[in-house]
Design a binder for this molecule. Structure first.
Ligand code: DGP
Length: 112
């Protein structure tokens, strides 16, 4: 399977890793949209949040357990935003479930 994030997790494509455990990998986004822009991905290949089910939901749990540690290590003591894009209308470009951790600024726009 051709998946750029699986290759990043394997190390065959280089990345600026900020966190790793047995289930989760986190690295700096190549096109940052904020002073801190980290991608947090489960190591298991899941195409998007639309593919989450009872058999693979642990991957999401593992990601969210890692988020506070990643945010703290990035110095985000005043809050941050987590975003996941899903499918065409959601603007997803990489078909491996990932969560954008955005911070280091106060976001002016509130989508929701
Ligand atoms: P999304 O549009 O939600 O699917 O986000 C995909 C993000 O992945 C986008 O912000 C750019 C980032 N990205 C794509 N290719 C690479 C890569 O090779 N390395 C890194 N670090 N980030 C990448």
């Amino acid at each position: 399977m051709d998946c750029i994030f699986c290759e990043i997790i394997r190390g065959s494509i280089p990345s600026q890793k900020v966190f790793e455990n047995e289930a989760v990998y986190a690295f700096r986004d190549i096109k940052p949209c904020a002073p801190v822009h980290i991608l947090i991905v489960p190591k298991a290949h899941i195409a998007s949040a639309d593919e989450i089910n009872a058999d693979n939901a642990d991957a999401v749990r593992d990601v969210f357990l890692a988020i506070p540690e990643i945010a703290k290590a990035a110095g985000l003591t005043n809050g941050y935003r987590i975003v996941t894009n899903i499918g065409e209308d959601g603007g997803q470009t990489v078909k491996h479930l990932h969560f954008h951790l955005l911070g280091g600024q106060k976001f002016a726009e509130k989508l929701v």
